[in-house]
Every structure is written in structure tokens, then in C-alpha cells.
Design a protein around this ligand. Structure first.
Ligand code: EPZ
Length: 418
């Protein structure tokens, strides 16, 4: 198994190119299930989760081929199998995204119910309730959700929580339903807007994506499309924080500044200088970091997927910061590993008080989930001495060649066989 070794203390400098967004690419590749013909998707990141979703689509009978690095073609014309097996779903919860499109396209689906994960219980009751309101009959048999419907019907759906994949799942299902569907308290993430653009390119009638009310007028048939995946705002945010924690000067190319407003506001409050440049952002860090309070919220609030990374940064700030995690109930798994590096953090329920220390020390640490592993790499970049990060398979789920990109900015980081 691999591990990542970091020698800290280097100021990051230079340019880094951001990859396509994992959380846009996953639902967009799945949306090919709604169409006939060859779809072409560009700017698809080369990640373990993308490999998993391609395996799942292949398993159902879709044909996937890589036309060029970052470009994938998918033809779902011959999809007849409507099952998402436990072996695949257990490795990636986002597999639940096939549920809506399969019921809509084939009239049935058999999808392994995703279990909990390191960051929370993560139920999918809102996905199920919404499909039932559209007329699907859903039962749970031997750990599998079995859904049936001759043809889904348009319905008015209010989400108790602005769920991201819930919004995406139902938005896709509603494209082939009979009549209009209205999603209220829908999630507003940029990845949802990207998916809606692709669906409309396939002949769907989706309006209001990016607001909390989305309307979908069902159509009988959808066709293949050529589409682009948006840049990964979470990867971009991670590199901006890397500039901050190393007092560096980094140009983050290919990101969309408007997708990062909440982060930029908070980092500017800590004293960073973040300015738009052509095709991206320039991020300049300072060694005297001011403490700030953070509360994670659905978009456009502060993203929970950057909570661990900004916590690592605030461990070396002047003063104390309060971090409130309101989206997931168990997303502080990185705290004990940061404490091993000398951080001073106290957790109480969904709140963590981070008391800034003068510096971190390198140590052997273990990744517990995707974003926690990113925060430990950032801490390693700032720490004195050597940090060994194990269980790096977590980071490969969501970051394309992170150690290569960081060493391109001057970091002393490498991947070694354990
Ligand atoms: C998406 O997960 C992202 N994953 C997550 O990114 C991200 O952390 C999350 O949205 C929040 O921004 C993908 O897009 C593939 P939710 P999702 O449904 O859709 C509760 C990463 O690091 N809930 O918006 O699963 C749920 O438990 C990953 O890239 C229900 O109770 O998140 C949570 O507390 C991690 N019932 C809250 O809502 C439901 O049916 C928000 O979850 C659905 C959700």
C-alpha cells in the first residue's frame, strides 16, 4: 500500500491547474443512462471514484471509452441490467445516483442501500420519499432498494434538507416523467447547475437550477450530448489554503472565482490576499494568520468539504477559532490526527475550538476520509520535520495526482510504497 511522505517548511510558489469536478462528473456520467447514442464528456478528472462509476455503468451494459485524457464517451443504449451491486456501492455512496435515472428509463431499479460512512449516517430517505411521491413503489429487500414504476409522474417535492445528490437524483428522474416536477428547498451547488446544463443539452426541460426551486417538464426521449465538466472548486479551495498555510504565493488556474466566495471571504479575514487573475485566482499567504470562526452550510455557505482543510490552516493562527460543522454529524475525524502533530483542538458535539499554536511537528498520521486526508497533507506542508500519511487511497478518490501538483509548487512531497 502507498503512503505519502512530506517534509514541511517550504513556501509554495508558482501555478497549479485545477482538474474537473468529481462531484459534477459523477452525476453527469450517470445522466448518460437517460439517453441513446454516444455522449462525449470533457474535463473528466482521473480519479478512483470516476473509475468506480464507469465500472458500475459497464456492469449495467453501458459502453464507456476514453477518447483522450479527460475525455470519456458513454453509450447507454444497450443498458438492460438495472442493478447496482453491493460490491460497487459499498466503495462509493454516490452510486445511489443511478436509482432515479434507472427507474425513469427502465421502469425498475435494484440498488444496494449505501451504508453509513466515516463522516455520518448519511441516510437516503429523501431520495426514496421523493421517488415515491412520483409514483414509484420502493421496497428494501436483503439490503437492496427495489424500485418499480411503469412511468414516473411529475410531482411537487419539498426537501426537508437541501440534499445535493438527492436533488440531482430526482432532477434526472423527473426528466423522463409524465408532467411537471417542482423541487422546493433544492440544493444550489454549482455541480447541480452543471448537471442541469447537460440534461438540457440532452433535450430535457430543466429550469431554476442554482436556485432553491427547480422545475422539470418531463419529455418522452433524450439524446446524446457533448458536454464539459466544471472545474473542481473543492480542489481549488484546497490549493488556495495550501498557499495560506505555507505563506506561499500560488496562481490557481482553471477555477471559477465565483464558486469560492465563502472561502475567499474567510481567508481574506485571516489576512490572505486573494485576487482574480486571468483564468483563475492568485493566493498569497502570510505568516501571521488571524483566527476566524467558520460555520459550514449548504452552498453558497461555507462548504463542509473544505472544513478539514481550513481547520489545519487555523491550527497555526494567532488566537482561537470556532468551527461549527452543521452538515454532517461526524466530520471531525481529522482532529485527533492534527493533535498528534501538536494542534490544540477541543471538540464538543458539532463544534471545535481551534487554539492557534506557534507551529506543527511532523508525525505518522492516518487518513480517515477524503477531505481529512487533504487536511493532513496541508498540515504536513507547514509542519517542522517529516509527516507520513497512510491510507492514501482516500485521497485518490477525489484529488488527481495531488503530490505531483504540490511538488510542482515546490513542496517536498512524494508517494512511496509502504
Ligand atoms: C454531496 O453528498 C457530496 N458528494 C459531498 O462531498 C458533500 O459533502 C455533500 O454533498 C454536502 O455538500 C457528492 O456530490 C458525490 P447531502 P450528499 O445529501 O449528496 C442528510 C466529498 O468530500 N441527508 O447534501 O450525500 C445527510 O445525512 C463528498 O466530495 C438525509 O438526512 O450530501 C447530511 O447530513 C463528501 N437524508 C445532509 O443531509 C437524505 O436522503 C446533507 O447531505 C439525504 C441527505
Amino acid at each position: 500500500m502507498d503512503k505519502i511522505v512530506i517534509w514541511g517548511g517550504e513556501r509554495l510558489q508558482g501555478e497549479v491547474q485545477i482538474s474537473g469536478a468529481k462531484n459534477a462528473a459523477l452525476p453527469i456520467l450517470v445522466s448518460s443512462l437517460l439517453t441513446e447514442g454516444w455522449n462525449t464528456f470533457r474535463n473528466v478528472p482521473d480519479l478512483r471514484d470516476i473509475k468506480t462509476i464507469k465500472k458500475l455503468l459497464n456492469h449495467m451494459g453501458a459502453r464507456c471509452k476514453t477518447q483522450a485524457p479527460g475525455t470519456i464517451q458513454i453509450n447507454s443504449e444497450n443498458v438492460r441490467c438495472c442493478e447496482a451491486p453491493y460490491e460497487l456501492v459499498k466503495t462509493m455512496r454516490a452510486s445511489i445516483l443511478v436509482l432515479g435515472p434507472l427507474v425513469a428509463r427502465l421502469g425498475q431499479a435494484r440498488v444496494s442501500l449505501p451504508g453509513g460512512c466515516a463522516i455520518g449516517a448519511r441516510p437516503v430517505n429523501l431520495h426514496i420519499n421523493a421517488l415515491e411521491r412520483m409514483g414509484a413503489e420502493i421496497t428494501l429487500t436483503e439490503g437492496y432498494l427495489e424500485a418499480k414504476s411503469k412511468r414516473l409522474k411529475g410531482a411537487k417535492i419539498y426537501f426537508d434538507i437541501a440534499t445535493v445528490t438527492g436533488t440531482e437524483n430526482i432532477m434526472m428522474a423527473a426528466c423522463l416523467a409524465d408532467g411537471e416536477t417542482i423541487l422546493e428547498n433544492a440544493a444550489k451547488e454549482p455541480e447541480i447547475v452543471n448537471l442541469a446544463q447537460v440534461l438540457n443539452g440532452m433535450g430535457a426541460k430543466v429550469s431554476g437550477a442554482g436556485t432553491d426551486v427547480i422545475r422539470i417538464e418531463g419529455v418522452d426521449k433524450m439524446h446524446a450530448v457533448e458536454a464539459e465538466i466544471i472545474p473542481d472548486r473543492i480542489e481549488a479551495g484546497t490549493f488556495i489554503i495550501a498557499a495560506g498555510i505555507t505563506a506561499g504565493d500560488v496562481i490557481v488556474r482553471g477555477c471559477v472565482p465565483g464558486h469560492l466566495d465563502a472561502l475567499i471571504k474567510k481567508l481574506t479575514d485571516t489576512g490572505m490576499e486573494i485576487t482574480p487573475v486571468e483564468g483563475g485566482l492568485r493566493a498569497i499567504g502570510r505568516s501571521d494568520i488571524r483566527s476566524v470562526d467558520i460555520m459550514t452550510l449548504p452552498y453558497p455557505g461555507f462548504p463542509t468539504d473544505l472544513q478539514a482543510q481550513i481547520m489545519a490552516y487555523l491550527t497555526i493562527a494567532n488566537g482561537s477559532s470556532l468551527i461549527s460543522e452543521t452538515v454532517f454529524e461526524n466530520r471531525f475525524m481529522h482532529v485527533s490526527e492534527l493533535q498528534r502533530m501538536g494542534a490544540d483542538i477541543k471538540v464538543q458535539g458539532g463544534n471545535a475550538v481551534v487554539k492557534g499554536v506557534s507551529g506543527l511537528r511532523g508525525a505518522p498520521v492516518m487518513a480517515t476520509d477524503l477531505r481529512a486526508s487533504a487536511s493532513l497533507i496541508l498540515a504536513g506542508l507547514a509542519a517542522r520535520g517529516k509527516t507520513d500519511l497512510s491510507r492514501v487511497y482516500h485521497i485518490d478518490r477525489g484529488y488527481e495526482q495531488i503530490e505531483k501538483k504540490l511538488s510542482g509548487l515546490g513542496a517536498r512531497i512524494s508517494r512511496v510504497r509502504e
